[in-house]
Structure formats: C-alpha cells, structure tokens
Design a protein around this ligand. Sequence first.
Ligand SMILES: Cc1cc2nc3c(=O)[nH]c(=O)nc-3n(C[C@H](O)[C@H](O)[C@H](O)COP(=O)(O)OP(=O)(O)OC[C@H]3O[C@@H](n4cnc5c(N)ncnc54)[C@H](O)[C@@H]3O)c2cc1C
Length: 420
Amino acid sequence: MISIDDFRTEARNWISQNLEPLEHSNTKILRGVDNLSAEDLPPERELQRKIYQAGYAGISWPAEYGGQGLTKQHEVVFVEESANYRMPDFGVLTGTTFLVCGNTMLAHASPDFLSRHIPRILAGDELVVQFFSEPSAGSDLAGLTTRATRDGDDWILNGSKTWSSGAACADWGMCLARTNWDVPKHRGLTWFAVPCNAPGLRIDPIKEINGDEEFCQEFFDDVRISDAERIGPVDGGWNITHSMLVFERGAGRVVSETAPAGPGELAPDLVALAQRLGRTSAPNVRQLIASAHIDDYARQQLAYRIAGQIRKNGANTGMAAYGKLATGTYDPIRAQIALEIGGAAALTWEKGDRDGIEPSIDYLNSRVMSIAGGSNEVQRNGISERVLDLPREPAFDLDKPFREVERGGPGTEWSGKTSG
Ligand SMILES: Cc1cc2nc3c(=O)[nH]c(=O)nc-3n(C[C@H](O)[C@H](O)[C@H](O)COP(=O)(O)OP(=O)(O)OC[C@H]3O[C@@H](n4cnc5c(N)ncnc54)[C@H](O)[C@@H]3O)c2cc1C
C-alpha cells in the first residue's frame, strides 16, 4: 500500500494540476441561499467523474467496487490537500450519498448489489436520498407503515415517505418498508433501493422556512422493485437502520487523528460581523464572541474525542449521539449569538449581500440538527440506554405483532393500502 507521505505528494500534484483553486476563503454553504436544482448537477457530476477516474474517489472504500482500498488516514490527507480547491457540490446529497447511504450499503448489501451501485455512486452517476421518515413515523421510525409486498421476483411498494432531503434531484432512494405485519414492529422491516424515476413514485417538494425546497414528500403507488434491489435480509432491516443512523450521526466522517493544536481563531464569522457593524469595542459584543469561542473550542475537542472513541471501540448509535446532540444543542445558541451581536442590522440586508443574509439564514437553519437524523430528545434516549446503561423507555408495543398495534388516529396514514 502506498505510504501516507507518497500519497500526499501524488495527491498534491494531481490536485494542483487538475482542480480549480477556490477564489474565496469563506466557502460556507448557506442552506436556503445556495440552493441546488437538478439543472445545476451535470458539471458537478463531471467533476466527480474526473476525481473518480484519477483514483481519488472512495479512497477507503473496497477496490473491488471501484474504491481505492486505502485507509481513512489516506482519505484525511486527500481532504486536507483539496481543502482550498473546488470539489463537487451535490448539496445535501453529498452527505446522504457518500457518508450515509454508500457506507450503509457497503456494510450490508450483497456483492452483486454493490458491484452494480458503488462504482456508479463513486463516478457521480447515482446520487442517493434516504426514504425512511413517514408522515406518522419519525422518532418512532419502527412504526412505519409503507408496505412492500412480495410478487414473484419483485416487490410492490405502497405508502408515503417524507422530509426526504434532496429527493427532487436524486437518482435513487434507500427506502425502509414493512414486509411483515405479523411480527413485532422492529422485526418486519426491509431496505430497498428505489429508482427515483420508478413508475408509480411521485416526489413533491416541500417549501421550507428558509425559502428552499430541499425536502420532499413521496407517494408510492404500486411501485415495482426487483428483489435484486433489496439491501440485507428480508425482515432484517432494523439492524441496517442502526448502521445508517450511526453514519448519519457522523461516524463515517473523515476526521484527522492528530489532536487540534489549540482553540484556533477567535470566532472569525462573529468577529467579522462585529467589525462590519463597528461593534468590536462594545463590552456585551466582546462577551458574546468570547462565549461562542469557548463553545467552539469545547465542540471541536468533543468531536475529536468522540472520533477517537469510535476508532478505538467501534461506533454505536449511543456513542454517535453525543456529537449529534452537541450540534443540535449548540447550533441554535450560536445562531442566537450572531443575531444578538447584529441586532436589527442582522435582520435586514441588501439583495445579493451574502454576508448580510448570513445571520438570519443561519438562525432559520439552526434547528435543523436538533431534528434531522433524530431529535435531541431521541439522542438523549440513545445515550441513556446505550452508553449509560440506564433502564429502557417503557413501551407497550415491543412484543406485539405490528398488525395488532393501534396506530395513530383517523387520517394519519396516506391511504388504505398502507394499513395492516
Ligand atoms: C432538515 C431535516 C432533514 C431531514 N432529512 C430527512 C431525510 O433525508 N430522510 C428522512 O427520511 N427523514 C428526514 N428528516 C426527518 C427526521 O428524521 C424527522 O423529522 C425526525 O426523526 C423527527 O421525527 P418527526 O418529525 O416525525 O417528529 P416526532 O417523532 O413526531 O417528534 C415530535 C417531538 O416529540 C419528541 N419525541 C418523540 N418521541 C420521543 C421520545 N420517545 N422521547 C422523548 N421525546 C420524544 C421529539 O423529540 C420531538 O420534539 C429530516 C428532518 C429535518 C428537520
């Protein structure tokens, strides 16, 4: 295997000769401002293909499926070396495709499935969205009612999924469906890969508070899927869901093994905001910046510590929940601090003024991580049950066949086809 140093030299040379340097150091993507549509994707796919063909996509993924079979450390090196260059931007689909769905497929899908999908994912030909939440199944995900019914070598899917980030631009969805109503709720679920253009699948964008339409609701009306697109065993989907949630909570992220040297720069975005408004000498502003800086440092150290623990002991949903809970707790606090520093000036901006819009849009987006991928309360439950070994939450339906579990009220399911 190529040494880390040689890999760094090769990657640096290739990057400098083939990728475009970034023009601005502030590359923060603002959800609700930097919105992507399907028309924006072809050049991003082209760039992804170029990186794939050069052997820099899927650096730590298995070579038999188009990856490079190298280590996470090689991947860290590539991320470091490419940090100031333009990389493919698939919006939220970058995370769902490469971090969450790709890693989950690699952990659970059959070799035949992986050889069909993983090379296409790495080449930018397949962007994958997560179809798991439903109108009446979010935190209680195992209570979902989208059904998959066996029909020869195929499955027929009926039901509805919602809050699917990026679905309008995706090529495939990883979909969790109920395949068995006669066993308790966690034991009758199965994962499938569904093409987003499958006949019978309707994808409706949902307007969000930040102005974007990144979320979608999907309606499955007799959608036919080959059994070859099943991921993992029939009725064995819950175990796979755990893997997916661990990846979604950041366990697969590329994190350096070297401890950060220190607290880093004093909250640069907040200092820039205070400077722009001439408020750097105001005592309350200085105090707010100091408090954000302390929290930034604590958060960075926590992320490093969690990554170290996961490297040492492996990941589980409880351990991964710490980082997710920290983000879900801290994002709203930090967004509030920016608004307090900016006051009325943070709430108005000239059209096209990116710096001006940032505090407001960050504030609107700041609740995302306290809900998406499992709410803060659900993360706390995970930590208490899986890390601290506290008693499980009482539940009335864990041993009952799902068919016998009373579900929701009238109108909580999309159609008669979804009920047991
Ligand atoms: C930005 C964003 C992106 C998302 N992307 C996707 C996606 O790509 N694909 C997808 O499938 N889904 C996605 N989701 C959906 C997300 O996973 C769910 O919103 C989330 O799991 C919460 O479910 P819910 O909205 O049904 O809330 P509910 O489950 O109805 O919860 C409502 C409230 O009750 C609390 N609560 C519920 N159960 C408990 C409990 N046992 N103990 C304590 N408190 C509890 C919750 O914390 C919450 O405050 C996304 C959501 C957001 C906000």
